[in-house]
Write a protein that binds this ligand. Structure first.
Ligand SMILES: Nc1ncnc2c1ncn2[C@@H]1O[C@H](COP(=O)(O)OP(=O)(O)OP(=O)(O)O)[C@@H](O)[C@H]1O
Ligand SMILES: [Mg+2]
Length: 265
């Protein structure tokens, strides 16, 4: 890594540290068993925000279960609580009440450091605006979370991922040289490269046209199936929601249906 890259790497590490994303390594409590077949569970989950005299009930008692390797689409109107739910499951924010269990761990039992490690190793995030580091090339972006964690880069796996996501020719390119769809595919590669158990995607196709959206989503689904990952995806696009194994709808902080399939009307 040359000097410029090193400075960017350190800056990025500092930003992530500020956000609580990078902390010293720590171990999870032994003996916390994975719930059989269920990788995500929320129980009576509430997130209330106080705004002056008013209380915004972003989540108002959500009981939600996701099975291992399931691909679940979360739909609902703007402001219904979709992102809040994803943030709670990803350990990016803490509930007002209720519990979140992910891969056998109760998130509110983890301290800040444990939560940061948990996020890095167990969760791959994909956001609408890609969040790639502009001065790192695509390969460096994809392996950055592994490097920040001091992990071993599985080059064979990363190559396979690049090939699957049709990015092999773009490894050396900077994000600014790529189209939106290619950047989002790179962001998906970065989310998957560390082999997280769960991929959380918050409107990943929100900035893409229809063709690019479907391309990206098809590849996300293929990757998730191939690598055995569980995917929770927020989308406003009904065609994309139909790619999921199951669709759940949120309205005013409540899940309308649980467990069974929800047809998009
Ligand atoms: N930090 C916050 N402080 C106060 N209110 C908040 C905060 N974050 C979210 N909210 C409120 O919680 C509710 C749910 O927000 P959330 O972002 O989960 O909605 P969403 O379903 O993701 O909407 P969109 O489709 O527009 O992204 C909204 O009324 C929002 O204004
Ligand atoms: Mg949102």
């Amino acid at each position: 890594m040359n000097c410029d890259r090193f400075v960017i790497f350190i800056q990025y590490a500092c930003v992530m540290k500020e956000k609580g994303m990078v902390n010293k390594l720590c171990c999870f409590r032994k003996g916390e068993q994975a719930m059989s077949g269920i990788i995500v569970r929320t129980q009576a989950l509430k997130k209330y925000y106080r705004l002056g005299e008013n209380t915004v009930k972003a989540l108002d008692g959500v009981d939600f279960e996701v099975r291992e390797r399931e691909f679940v689409a979360i739909i609902g109107k703007s402001g219904s609580g979709k992102s809040t739910l994803l943030h709670m499951i990803g350990g990016l924010d803490v509930p007002t009440e209720g519990e979140v269990y992910v891969d056998g761990r109760r998130l509110n039992k983890l301290d800040r450091n444990q939560l940061a490690v948990f996020r890095r190793r167990k969760i791959g995030f994909v956001f609408q605006n890609y969040n790639l580091v502009p001065d790192l090339n695509i390969y460096e972006n994809v392996v950055l979370p592994i490097e920040l964690d001091g992990g071993r880069i599985d080059r064979g796996f990363v190559d396979e991922l690049f090939s699957l996501l049709k990015l092999t020719e773009k490894k050396e390119a900077l994000p600014g040289m790529l189209s939106g769809g290619q950047q989002q595919r790179a962001a998906i590669a970065r989310a998957i490269a560390y082999k997280p158990a769960i991929v959380l995607a918050d409107e990943p196709t929100g900035n893409l046209d229809t063709a690019a959206s479907h391309d990206v989503m098809g590849l996300l689904k293929t990757a998730a199936v191939q690598f055995g990952q569980t995917v929770l995806l927020i989308t406003h696009d009904q065609d994309i929601a139909q790619l999921a194994d199951r669709i759940v709808r949120i309205e005013d902080g409540r899940l309308l249906k649980r467990r069974d399939s929800y047809a998009v009307e």
